[in-house]
Design a protein around this ligand. Structure first.
Ligand SMILES: C[S@@+](CC[C@H](N)C(=O)[O-])C[C@H]1O[C@@H](n2cnc3c(N)ncnc32)[C@H](O)[C@@H]1O
Length: 214
């Protein structure tokens, strides 16, 4: 079975309980692979810097990482801004075992977040929305749990670069306008841009960042 990336068939595929269980099992297994699913990240990497920049001062705020994996972004944010409350949500219990104990964790699906409306001041998702299958639902949930005026950031792969990497059957990449349109249903000030790992290296077209204010 081969699914096209998000831009061409936005809502065709359903996240059935069976597919969700397959995705979970796949990431539970992947948790043992520290090389491809690392638990730390160099704080100089632009993906980290951009999220920090967009989220702004975090002291006293409640922040959610959606599809946090082993919590590599949360770990760095907490080191740099310890006076915030950090939460990580992921489908895989095996991934969550690596998240530092000072960070709150929840196991669940980003398509049905176990949090009340406006519980967070900010939320972000890095390379996880591509696994959500029902992308519209996941974006709606992300926006629902952030309070009005709160910041939202998504970093994920560009549909225009589809084929550059090997991907599991359920994975989808996004066009800039696709996610901009979805975010604009719930957010004001929506923008997107190509990014690279290093600020001084021009983007090669693989990664895009979407930034929004709820
Ligand atoms: C490529 S990893 C990225 C992890 C982390 N954001 C990072 O950048 O290190 C994708 C993560 O998304 C999680 N994931 C996949 N589908 C999910 C879903 N429906 N709900 C929540 N998490 C999900 C996986 O378990 C995995 O940890």
């Amino acid at each position: 079975m081969h699914w096209k990336p998000f831009f061409s068939r936005p809502e065709d595929q359903r996240l059935t309980p069976e597919l969700l269980a397959d995705i979970q099992a796949s990431f539970d297994r992947a948790a043992a692979d520290e090389e491809h699913f690392p638990s730390t990240i160099d704080p100089r990497i632009y993906h980290v810097k951009l999220i920090r920049e967009h989220l702004g001062a975090l002291a006293g705020k409640r922040v959610l990482d959606i599809g946090c994996g082993k919590g590599r972004f949360l770990r760095v944010l907490r080191e740099q801004d310890p006076a915030a409350e950090y939460w990580g949500l992921d489908l895989s219990a095996e991934m969550l075992r690596f998240v530092p104990p000072e960070i709150h964790t929840r196991r669940g699906s980003m398509t049905e977040l176990p949090f009340e409306d406006g519980f967070f001041d900010a939320a972000y998702a890095t390379e996880s929305l591509e696994h959500a299958v029902e992308i519209g639902r996941a974006v709606a949930e992300m926006c629902r749990v952030v309070k009005p005026g709160g910041r939202i950031a998504i970093i994920d792969k560009n549909a225009a670069a589809w084929g550059r990497l090997k991907t599991p059957a359920w994975e989808k990449w996004f066009g800039r306008k696709d996610l901009e349109r979805l975010l604009a249903r719930y957010c004001r000030k929506v923008s997107s841009r190509p990014i690279s790992y290093w600020e001084d290296v021009p983007p090669d077209g693989l990664f895009l960042a979407w930034l929004a204010v709820r």
